[in-house]
Design a protein. Sequence first.
Length: 457
Amino acid sequence: MQKFLQGRIWLRELLPVGKEEAGDLIREGLIGTVPGVATIRKWHGGTHSRCSRCLTEDARHFHAFNCRKCGKVCRYCRHCLNMGRVAECDELVYWCGPERRTACNAVLTWEGRLTPLQERAAGELEESLLDGKPHLLHAVCGAGKTEILFRPVHRLLSEGKRVCIATPRTDVVLELLPRFEKAIGGTVIHGLYGGSGNGEGLAGLVIATTHQLYRFREAFDAVIVDEADAFPYSFDRTLRLAVRKALKPGGVLAVVTATPSPAILSEIGREGRRSVIPVRFHGHPLPVPRIVPLFGYRKRISAGKMPERLKAWTEERLKRKEPFLIFFPSVPLMEQCLPLFSHLDAGIGAVHATHPDRRDLVMALREGRIPGLLTTTILERGITIPRLQIAVAGSENVVFDRSAIIQISGRAGRSPEHPDGDVVLFHHGVTPEMDAAVREIRRLNREGVKTIGLPAL
């Protein structure tokens, strides 16, 4: 029971033990309880609700219903409803007995070598985590951020500390989990995301979506938030509160991103430390997007015709046998386009956040079994495929802000053998966000020239 519950906050009725056994542990003081939805008194005398799991206090997230369990009108939280309903009369439980430390026998099995810039950043991050100081790792897409994390994470695990690497996207969890399992042995590692299960035993390292941290409480000595600028973490305050809730008292936060926002800088605070890597691990510059007009593309697609420039770009990729991603601003537009692309090659697929075969299709692209994928911004991060070419159809749409365009561009040119991937922003009008993204990429490349002498662009 301790292995399961330590560091977690869980619905009492979903505990993997019987009611009597749970009651005994509560009476013995080994398990604590809190109401699922608490009533908080305001300073001026009023009250409001707070979900004890996701910590939302937004009145729009609560709904009253006639509860069969308690026979009263109860409020429940709709914000984290997909994790099981939490109502006023429900109890959330947590372990408050003696803490069980994780084993200190983690082994660093990764045999790769870091560049001097990576080595410096890894050392700075490790020092901050050991000193209990917040840290920002600001590294461009393709800088080798995951490799930088191996040594600091191993150091913490070897001292018996618990570590969480949290990210807003399931795809990033699926990308990171096998890499850490291969790089660090001798410790239990859990990968948690929607539908993944809870894992067996007490994990020293947890790699999870930020939503999964709703289920944790004072669990980790260190939480490293990867891709911290990504939606929905950048948008949903409760996810940032969940990270803080998951930290032990005195625990330390680190943030990893290629595009730090003012909110991220505020989260690190004045006491936080910072490492900056303006170049990719292979030393080649970031691909600079080409901005290409595609006027009237929606009207043409609605008429069942492929825009000529987009068609020509795709045919060129098929001819060269180069894997590609084409990003769309919405699922309906992407699905409207899929039959048109199927005429070019029946193997071209399409994925979005709720697509049942998303993992299989991405793996098929990685293994060369399909030529390319149409996608929403769900694949703007956490995917590394050699020789990958990128197009954005409708880059003037608001979903393609500066951060998203920089991240999308970062999917290309990630391997040292093929560092010059093509990135095209097809648009119906240039936006300030597109211009800002291109300027930022060019600025980072200039920083690279100063740092390690990259060839000037």
